[in-house]
Design a protein around this ligand. Structure first.
Ligand code: ATP
Length: 263
């Protein structure tokens, strides 16, 4: 039996329960791949796939997301938006904000956001990655389908990763209850996604900036083959693009398919 019990979860979702249809699996390749297949077969907005184990967990640009059943929470949410994908700029930031709000609501301190898709935790050794977000979009004449994938470390990963990683247990002082975490995340996601549908990222920008971990820090933006942009991180624009102050002035970085590093 999977570690998440949908009936138990439903009770914790309270008012938001009617907005979600949760399926808990022992194992799948990737919750986002499974959600995509189900969406192709007509699964409605609000469908959630949560899996204890992923055999091919994915990050952006073909990168791997590593997770262990007891130590992680990995799920994907199907959400349908009206209009084209161009109206959804800033969506990965909005999802990050929902996660940050939910974790803080559970008592976690030191939660930060890194553009465009990471949730960080401030530790004694600096910021470390607590959760990753993967958003995949496809549009047709009815609107845009978003598959929103979330991988959250409940405990610090046992494997050594290229960049520092953290677990929610470090922020809470104990291993969190996964039903409570998932209910808190889904509860904030529904609020944030409803707000985003009406006002886009603009209505959430100032709150996102309060969590921005690297505001004012010197950063480097690494893209595929492009020359790196180096400068001082000046936050984000109304559409969620990153603002970097370089020697030539402010540069806006639109695409999320780049990596941001502190230098
Ligand atoms: P970048 O840091 O270059 O911007 P990213 O944040 O977009 O990349 P993602 O695609 O979201 O990265 O996640 C994949 C990356 O996250 C992997 O390359 C790996 O370094 C790291 N990673 C994989 N599993 C975990 C985990 N459980 N906890 C923290 N980091 C992880």
């Amino acid at each position: 039996m999977a570690l998440i019990d949908p009936i138990f979860l439903k009770a914790r979702l309270a008012d938001a329960a009617g907005r979600f249809d949760v399926d808990a699996l022992d194992v799948c390749d990737s919750t986002s791949s499974e959600a995509m297949r189900r969406a192709d077969h007509g699964a409605p907005s609000g469908s959630v796939i949560v899996a204890d184990r992923q055999t091919a967990g994915r990050g952006r640009r073909g990168r791997e997301w590593l997770s262990e059943p007891e130590a992680s929470l990995t799920f994907s949410l199907i959400w349908r938006f009206p209009g084209s994908a161009s109206r959804l700029s800033g969506l990965s930031l909005a999802v990050g904000l929902a996660l940050a709000r939910a974790l803080e609501g559970m008592g976690a301190r030191g939660v930060g956001l890194k553009w465009p898709n990471d949730v960080l935790l401030e530790t004694s050794e600096g910021f470390a990655k607590l959760a990753g977000i993967l958003i995949e979009l496809s549009s047709d004449r009815r609107g845009t389908l978003a598959i929103i994938g979330v991988g959250l470390n409940l405990l610090p990963p046992a494997v050594v990763l290229p960049q520092p990683a953290a677990g929610l247990s470090q922020a809470l002082g104990q291993a969190p209850d996964r039903h409570e975490v998932l209910a808190a995340l889904l509860g904030q996601l529904v609020t944030i996604l409803d707000g985003f549908t009406v006002n886009g990222f603009l209505g959430q920008k100032s709150e996102w900036l309060r969590y921005h971990a690297w505001q004012g820090r010197t950063v480097q933006v690494l893209g595929d083959g492009d020359r790196p942009v180096v400068g001082s991180c000046r936050g984000v624009d109304d559409d969620g693009s990153l603002l970097i102050e370089t020697v030539d002035g402010i540069e806006r970085v639109l695409s999320g398919d780049v990596s941001l590093r502190c230098v």
